[in-house]
Design a protein around this ligand. Structure first.
Ligand SMILES: N[C@@H](CCC(=O)N[C@@H](CS)C(=O)NCC(=O)O)C(=O)O
Length: 216
């Protein structure tokens, strides 16, 4: 079986690990599964060959023996179901870990993406200064609630799971704004995720792509 994922030829973050292929690489590393990466330019992501894999023309995608997936939630869930190591065996614990994956993607990530849009993509608009505090407060509200749940635990629900992998990946995207560091328990939680050997391998692999000399 060969697993192939797609990633940016050059990530806009220059290799900080914020592009979403990192979470898929991390899941594969946790599961001990080798994979190959097909690198794509922004242009190639919008061409028919890639649109056949992801109609939205985005990375990452995942291919494995005739199966093609997109959306990191679906991809990480598939990896976690297919290989041991990312979801607990006990049915209730497993259902709760899956709940945390959804919570990361549906309840926490949208606020962080809005903040990115407001700070970076729309930062030069005349209304940006008025909008930014509102968007920032929505992120803070979610992080306050998450931090109150986590308390001093290492992980969200017992042992590390795909729920933590997704939540840490999402929270990492709040770091550049400085808001993550306003929540020391969450900052420590993210640091625990980053310290995992599987995360370090995933991070190093994407960094190598983004710091390699340009082809040709
Ligand atoms: N919800 C999707 C989002 C995918 C996504 O936004 N990918 C970004 C890279 S992290 C992308 O391809 N951006 C380029 C574009 O949208 O043209 C997922 O979780 O897979």
């Amino acid at each position: 079986m060969t697993i192939t994922i797609t990633a940016f030829e050059r990530s806009p973050d220059g290799g900080k690990g914020l592009a979403r292929d990192t979470r898929v690489r991390w899941a594969l590393e946790e599961a001990g599964q080798p994979y190959t990466v097909r690198l794509l330019s922004f242009g190639a992501m919008k061409e028919a060959a890639h649109l056949a894999l992801n109609p939205f023309g985005q990375i990452p995608t995942y291919e494995e023996d005739g199966l093609a997936l997109f959306e990191t939630g679906a991809i990480v869930f598939h990896i976690a179901q297919r290989f041991p190591g990312l979801l607990p065996e006990d049915p209730h614990s497993r259902a709760r870990a899956i709940t945390w994956m959804f919570a990361a993607l549906n309840t926490v990530e949208p606020t962080i993406l809005d903040l990115f849009t407001a700070r970076v993509l729309e930062g030069d608009k005349p209304w940006a200064a008025e909008r930014l505090p509102l968007v920032g407060e929505r992120v803070r509200s979610r992080l306050r609630q998450l931090s109150a749940h986590l308390k001093d635990a290492d992980w969200l629900d017992g042992a590390f799971s795909a729920g933590d992998l997704m939540m840490v990946s999402v929270l990492l995207r709040a770091r550049p704004s400085g808001i993550l560091d306003e929540f020391p328990k969450l900052a420590a939680y993210v640091a625990r995720g980053e310290a995992r050997p599987a995360y370090r391998r995933a991070f190093a692999a994407q960094l190598a792509v983004n710091t390699a000399p340009p082809p040709g």
